[in-house]
Design a binder for this molecule. Structure first.
Ligand SMILES: [Zn+2]
Length: 114
């Protein structure tokens, strides 16, 4: 499961912060990832629950922000939000499209500690 290694790197970042800032416990974490990234939210929270046991992040609330996926069409110059990537512009049906959002990897964006 891909999520195990993602959670592991998040927990490592938490540890590095803890060494620097000297906090004892994480209350909540906010993560973000693109809609088209391979992260499965349920698998992520499960992996987090298991792997955070015995760490500063045990019991912390996990919030996952899903960044929308979007394409930019070179033909009609529009940015269009999409659900899944199809190499065609939904507006003008052109094929000159660039994927401009949604593939962002998992990132820690906020950490609430005490
Ligand atoms: Zn277009």
């Amino acid at each position: 499961m891909h999520e195990l290694s993602l959670v592991e790197s998040i927990l490592q970042i938490v540890d590095e912060y803890a060494a620097k800032e000297g906090f004892a416990r994480v209350i909540s974490l906010r993560l973000s990832c693109g809609k088209l990234s391979s992260v499965v939210p349920q698998a992520l929270s499960f992996a987090f629950e298991v792997q955070s046991k015995g760490t500063r992040a045990e019991g912390a609330a996990l919030e996952l922000e899903i960044l929308p996926a979007a394409i930019h069409c070179l033909a009609c110059e529009k940015d269009v939000e999409i659900d899944r990537f199809e190499a065609q512009c939904p507006v003008c049906k052109g094929y000159d499209v660039l994927l401009v959002g949604g593939t962002e990897e998992l990132k820690l964006i906020e950490l609430d500690v005490e």
